[in-house]
Design a protein around this ligand. Structure first.
Ligand SMILES: Nc1ncnc2c1ncn2[C@@H]1O[C@H](COP(=O)(O)OP(=O)(O)OP(=O)(O)O)[C@@H](O)[C@H]1O
Ligand SMILES: [Mg+2]
Length: 260
């Protein structure tokens, strides 16, 4: 079933039901996913998660600390593998491929944005943005050209030569978003992208995500802040490693943005 055929109410499907084929046409699909960490007592970080993220959708993930939000993102982002269940990204079962192939999928299909930006301190903004393009076998000068275009898109045309410590927090996060976009991924995963930013700068980042979503990108964003979550079309509420409920946001918040 193509998720895009259904209306907004049923775009994100959870729970049991006939899960076969739900990955078709979806950006991401999880089938009965469990992740257990064994540190003395087993910790069930994810305890049976079923969810489909349609292409082009904008989804927030909320839940208490330790409920499994980052674990969920890390599995989708191929940074980790589930203990049980299936993880599909862009119609590929990434839970069933080799480590080597997973690294490739991570480089090509997923753009990650972290709370702490995770930029390489010795590289310039443009070099950071160009980094994922190494996977695509594009030569260096073309990578830098593409990186500068992306920096322009996030309002940082004049900051390509700056290193991360020469940028503000909001500028660093915009570099991280440009980097996440550089390989044209199937999905942008953001783990508390505004967590280290003041409200005004957080608003800029929300403006940027809004534009990316308007342009057809798929966004999955973890946040602790309700007003931030309300920019998305729906909110997945996670509790104790399971999806407690999926909430549709009737009219997602819009921000006025002065970014180009
Ligand atoms: N590498 C690990 N080894 C062992 N346990 C882990 C590991 N990573 C996460 N956990 C445990 O799994 C559970 C879920 O962690 P996770 O990081 O997904 O939570 P979270 O919802 O992102 O929390 P927060 O809001 O604090 O970031 C927690 O109980 C955590 O202690
Ligand atoms: Mg987390």
């Amino acid at each position: 079933m193509a998720a895009s055929d259904s209306d907004a109410e049923s775009d994100v499907e959870t729970g049991q039901g006939d899960a076969k084929g739900d990955h078709e046409g979806a950006a991401v699909s999880l089938r009965d996913v469990r992740k257990t960490y064994y540190l003395g007592e087993p910790v069930h970080a994810l305890d049976g998660v079923d969810v489909t993220i349609p292409r082009g959708s904008y989804t927030a993930v909320m839940g208490p600390s330790g409920s499994g939000k980052s674990t969920l993102l890390n599995l989708i982002g191929c940074l980790d593998t589930p203990t049980e269940g299936e993880v599909w990204v862009n119609e590929r079962e990434v839970s069933a491929i080799s480590q080597r192939e997973r690294t490739k999928v991570r480089g090509q299909e997923v753009g990650f944005v972290f709370q702490t930006f995770n930029l390489m301190p010795k590289l310039t903004a443009a070099e950071n943005v160009a980094l994922p393009l190494v996977f695509q076998g594009i030569d260096k000068s073309e990578r830098i050209d593409r990186a500068n275009e992306l920096l322009e898109d996030v309002g940082l045309a004049d900051r390509g030569d700056h290193r991360p410590n020469e940028l503000s927090g909001g500028q660093r996060q915009r570099v991280a978003i440009a980097r996440a976009l550089s390989a044209s991924p199937a999905i942008i995963l953001a783990d508390e992208p505004t967590g280290n930013l003041d409200q005004e700068t957080g608003k800029q980042i929300m403006g940027l995500f809004q534009r990316l979503h308007d342009e057809g990108n798929t966004i999955l964003m973890v946040t602790h802040e309700r007003p931030i979550a309300e920019h998305a079309q729906r909110v997945i509420h996670v509790l104790d490693g399971t999806i407690e409920r999926v909430e549709e946001i009737e009219s997602p918040r819009r921000v006025e943005t002065d970014l180009p």
